[in-house]
Write a protein that binds this ligand. Structure first.
Ligand code: GLN
Length: 544
């Protein structure tokens, strides 16, 4: 079967949750037995978000094949319980670079290179790559940005062309808009949606389904009014009500027959109902926790929680698995000082030091790692978090007071975190880190081995600097052991501390692989042990 294509556009404002709606639809279709993949088109000119500050666009999500991508790909993976690859995220940077490179090679045979057809052809080619793989029945394409934005125009035009080329039953456009609620008059307003749908029509696209983001339920009247003004049937007007739990959204959409309406439009069978059993169990468990633990998340981008999206989601998955509500205390690392550290970690049952770049906030993170080590508080250091634990141990246990990372001081006399030879020659920042899946072998008898219950795993990486193996022996003798090693390069992937309830640093990012139906074992263990820490007199515990 040829793949069918669904396009998801957004109108009225940004941040309405196109990623979640796309992921929810993908999940519903997959749970009916269809093979689905979701693609995100981002209208910015960066080649990828790898060079972006998280405050610009939130977390940078890394795929198994080492692409640095938009955080929505994390939602796609978590909702569909399947991995994405670099084909699932395309930016204007990639599109324009490809076209310009083609022009330099003389591939356009003397033609004037233009937005239509050259840029739009390249956009369409990228959209079709996943379809042409013959693996998927349905390709959902989320168009980043908002209809009406100058930079979105080539994408909207490509959707218009594709929809026409695909024909009536092979392509479908879902338009997500906002229905504002005016508190003073107690009314939901449809006008912005009408304008937005009209805006899309000015670009030659008739939306087939309107999904309305709303804070109040929409009445039959509103559905009928929108249907009348937007040329769709009332059953094609779907509400997407604000929900505290994003994982509830697929179910809420399903109750309005969203997936059925989509399949009917594409002339695909609806005989198999979605199997939402595991999903429902998760929601029930999530809503009814038996315990609570407070976890400190120490980072420097904490005022935008989206900067750590996969970590917070992994904590939710792990908490739910353990029937525990994970209460995250966000701690801005620059604020941590010797004098106030106790105040920050009062009532905390686990400390997580987040990934990061650069020197700002480093000393606060080192104090946090020291606090966790000395007070035997469960600790998980991810990527930079592991490197911080290493620096702290070097300074305060090994007595190497000048220990630093090469990243913050290339002239340090003790570069416990260093730069590999092949990284030294690299000039470009974009796409040049150690990225994507790398193998990690665990030392038998280690805590991490007992958590994974596997000798070898693949985990995703995104970093330039590494543990300096010249220090391996003295770290090990003093009680910090390399327990995860890349078997091909000898690079240290995980370190753990002796005589501690749980003190683990991992050079990779376990958060990228956590799914609701398959929580990551490291997070699950971290939350479990944090609860034990909270409820025990830990000094007398047999867990040490
Ligand atoms: N800045 C560190 C490095 O590049 C850590 C990166 C991270 O935490 N993702 O090695």
């Amino acid at each position: 079967m040829e793949s069918k294509y669904i396009f998801v556009t957004g109108g009225v404002t940004s941040s309405l949750g196109k990623g979640i709606v796309s992921a929810s639809l993908g999940m519903l279709l997959k749970s009916r037995g269809y093979k689905v993949s979701i693609l995100k088109l981002d209208p910015y000119f960066n080649i990828d978000p790898g060079t972006l500050n998280p405050y610009e666009h939130g977390e940078c999500f890394v795929t198994k094949d080492g692409a640095e991508t938009d955080l929505d790909l994390g939602h796609y993976e978590r909702f569909l319980n399947q991995s994405t690859t670099r084909e699932n995220n395309v930016t204007s940077g990639i599109i324009y670079k490809t076209v310009i490179d083609n022009e330099r090679k003389g591939n356009y045979l003397g033609k004037t290179v233009q937005v239509i057809p050259h840029i739009t052809n390249e956009i369409k080619r990228r959209i079709k790559i996943l379809g042409e793989s013959k693996i998927y029945d349905i390709i959902i394409t989320e168009i980043g940005g908002t209809v009406g934005d100058i930079e979105s125009l080539p994408y909207i035009e490509s959707v218009r062309q594709m929809k026409w080329e695909l024909g009536k039953f092979n392509g479908l456009v879902i338009h997500l808009t906002l229905l504002p609620y005016i508190t003073v008059t107690g009314e939901i307003k449809t006008k912005p949606t009408q304008h937005s749908v009209r805006n899309l029509m000015e670009n030659g696209i008739q939306a087939d389904i309107i999904v309305c983001r709303t804070e109040k339920h929409i009445s039959k009247n509103i559905r009928q009014k929108l249907a009348l003004f937007c040329n769709v049937k009332p059953i094609h007007v779907i509400e997407s009500i604000d929900s505290k739990i994003i994982y509830e959204i697929p179910y809420l959409l399903h109750l309005q027959n969203f997936d059925k309406v989509v399949l009917n439009h594409l002339k695909l069978s609806t005989i198999i109902s979605p199997n939402l059993k595991k999903w429902k169990i998760f929601i029930k468990k999530y809503k009814n926790p038996k315990y609570e633990v407070k976890i400190a998340l120490v980072g420097k981008y904490v005022s935008l929680h989206d900067s750590y999206k996969s970590i917070t989601e992994a904590l939710i998955h792990a908490g739910t698995e353990n029937k525990i509500y994970v209460n995250i205390k966000w701690i801005y690392s620059e604020m941590i000082k010797k004098e106030n550290i106790k105040k920050y970690f009062k009532g905390i049952s686990g400390i997580l030091i987040a990934p990061g770049f650069g020197y700002r906030g480093i000393e606060g993170k080192i104090l946090a790692a020291k606090y966790a080590r000395e007070n035997k508080i469960p600790f998980l250091g991810i990527c930079l978090g592991m490197q911080i634990a290493v620096i702290e141990f070097a300074r305060n246990v090994l007595g190497l007071k000048k220990a630093e990372s090469f990243e913050t001081n290339p002239h340090t006399s003790h570069p416990v975190i260093c730069l590999m030879e092949r990284q030294k020659k690299i000039i470009n920042k974009g796409g040049t880190m150690r990225l994507g899946n790398w193998k990690c072998s665990f030392i038998e008898g280690s805590k991490i081995f007992s958590i994974y219950r596997k000798k070898e795993v693949f985990e995703r990486h995104r970093h330039r600097y590494e543990f300096n193996n010249n220090y391996l022996e003295c770290f090990s003798k003093a009680g910090m052991k390399a327990v995860g090693i890349n078997p091909d390069t000898g690079l240290v992937e995980a370190l753990e501390l002796d005589n501690h309830i749980f003190f683990l640093g991992v050079q990779y990012h376990p958060e990228y692989k956590s799914r609701i139906t398959n929580p990551h074992p490291l997070f699950t263990y971290f939350i479990k042990i944090s609860k034990i820490y909270k409820s025990f007199d830990i000094q007398n515990s047999s867990y040490i």
